[in-house]
Design a protein around this ligand. Sequence first.
Ligand code: ATP
Ligand code: MG
Length: 419
Amino acid sequence: MATLQPVRGTHDLLPQDERRHRVVAEAARAISGRYGFEAMATPIFEFTEVFARSIGETSDIVSKEMYTFADRDGEQVTLRPENTAGVARAIVSNALTQSLPQRFFYYGPMFRYERPQKGRYRQFHQIGIELIGVDQPLADVEVIACGADILSELGLLERTRLDLNTIGDTESRAAYRATLIEYFSAYKDRLSADSLTRLERNPLRILDSKDEGDRQLVASAPLFGDSLTTEAKDFFASVKAGLDALGIAYHLEPRLVRGLDYYCHTTFEFVTQDLGTQGTVMAGGRYDGLIAEMGGPTISGIGWASGVERLALMIAEPPPPPRPLVLAPLGEAAELRCLALGRDLRRAGFTVEQSHSGNLKKRLARANKINALAALIMGDDELASGSIAVRLLDTGSQTIVPIAELAQRLPALLTDVKS
Ligand code: ATP
Ligand code: MG
C-alpha cells in the first residue's frame, strides 16, 4: 500500500542510521562549542517571505524546491530549505542586533523538493554555524577553520578539498554582472530556459547552473578576478593569509559562487571524491547583505552548512550502544521484584532490559540475540533467598549473588567479558 511507504525522498533513521547522524552532530556541536558557537533552533517552518526574500526568487531553491503551502488561516508558510534565513530572522525578531557579535550552531531537518539520489533527499539534515556581526576577514578564516576541525574530528578532512573563491563586494559584483550579461547575451540561443531568466535578473547564478549546455558556456566565461575592487582583493588576500597561517590548504576555484543571493566576498566548499556527484559536504560564505535584505539593519554574517547524510555516509562505523544486562524473572513474584531491581540497577548506571515472556531457554536465547553481557536470573529459589543468578553469556559461567550486593559486585563479575 502506497501510504505505508515513506514519502519519496524521505527516510526513516533506524538506530544504526541515527547513531551515525548523532556522531556527526555531536562532533560538530562539541568542536563549534570550543569556538564559542552555541546551539540554537528556529522553527522548521516560517512565513514563505523569510526564504523568498533572502534566498532570492531566481534561485533553484525558491523557484523549484520549496515546500510551500497555505495553512488553515491562509498564511503562506514554507518548510525551511536551509537555516541561515531562519537564524537571520531570529536575530531580528529577538532584538539580538543590540548585542553583537553572535555565534550560533544549529542541527536539524531541512526540506527541498529535489530529484532524490544518493546524498540528495527531500528531507535531509544540516549542521551549520553562523557568526553574525563581524566584518573582518579573519572571521571568515575562523569559520572555515571550525569547519575543517569538525571534518578532522570525524576523520574526513583528508578526504576533502577546500575550494575557495571571492565574489567581492557590491561594487565588484555590479561590474562582474555587467561583464557576464555581455558575455552570455551572445549565446542566448544556447542558454537553458532557466538561465535565460537569470541573465537579466541574476546572471551570477548561471555560473551555478547544473545544465550541461550552460556548463560548457560557463567554462569559458570571464572570471571574477578582473572585476574585483582593490578593497575586495585586499579582503580576499587577508582570508588567504589567515588560512596560510593556520596551515589550512585550499584550492582556488574562480567559478565557485554560492547559489543564494545574499552572499559576498568569501565563498567556500569542502568537496569529496567519495560520494559521486553529490560531492559537496560543507558549503558556506559571507552574507553581509542578508539581514538588511530581510528588512533588518545592515549587519554582516559568515557561516556554512553541511549535509549530515553526506557526512554520515563517509564516517567510520560508530560503536554500538553498551551491551545490556537482561533481567530474566521466572514467575509472577519474581517479575515484580525484578521490575524494581531493574530500576535500581539503571539508577546505578547499568543498561538493563527486562525480559517479559518465555521459559528460561527462550529468555536466554533472546538475551544472546541482543548481545547481552549477562542474564540476571531470578526463579522461586533465588527470590526466597534474596539472591539472583548472574550468568555471563559469553562463557556460560554462573554466580549466585545476594540482591543487596548485586550493583556493587557486578563490575567485578563483568570484567572478563567485553562490554
Ligand atoms: P547542490 O549544488 O548540491 O544542490 P546546494 O548549493 O543546494 O548544493 P546548500 O544550499 O549550500 O547546497 O547546502 C549546504 C549543504 O547541504 C550541501 O553542500 C549538502 O551537503 C547539503 N545538502 C543540500 N541539499 C541537500 C539535499 N537535498 N539532500 C542532502 N543534502 C543536501
Ligand atoms: Mg541544491
